[in-house]
Design a protein around this ligand. Structure first.
Ligand code: AMP
Ligand code: ZN
Length: 115
């Protein structure tokens, strides 16, 4: 996708603080972190959101989920971390290139507050 900010980051056209790269995936620190450690794991393949994922993406998504804890550990999150996937406008997604937020290292509050 020519006009996608995360495609451009993965292709080195926009600078980032890189965490990891292989043939299929790219990870980089969030520019506006919600916790001491906050980075994004993305597939190099442009997929707008989880809502666009189909059976053909199943293995890719599986490899991505298996990679997440390894990268979290390498970033010092031995005690655990939060993964967040925002999907679509209704899910608060702002960048329409599928990504997993990996967040930790601070006081992580309950994700959903119940009154
Ligand atoms: P989402 O709401 O799930 O689409 O999250 C998009 C995330 O991308 C936000 O947490 C932003 O802070 C982050 N972000 C946007 N632009 C950049 C950038 N150029 N480099 C790093 N992170 C970014
Ligand atoms: Zn993209």
């Amino acid at each position: 996708m020519t006009d996608c900010i995360f495609c451009k980051i993965a292709q080195g056209e926009i600078p980032c603080r890189k965490v990891y790269e292989d043939d299929e995936f790219f990870a980089f620190h969030d520019i506006n972190p919600a916790a001491p450690v906050h980075f994004m794991l993305i597939p190099k393949l442009h997929l707008a959101s989880l809502a666009e994922a189909g059976e053909a993406h199943a293995a890719l998504l599986g490899r991505m989920l298996v990679l997440a804890p390894r990268l979290a550990r390498e970033q010092g999150l031995e005690n655990g971390f939060r993964t967040v996937i925002n999907t679509g406008k209704g899910g608060g997604q702002e960048v329409f290139h599928f990504h997993i937020h990996i967040i930790g290292g601070g006081n992580i509050p309950p994700m959903v507050r119940r009154s």
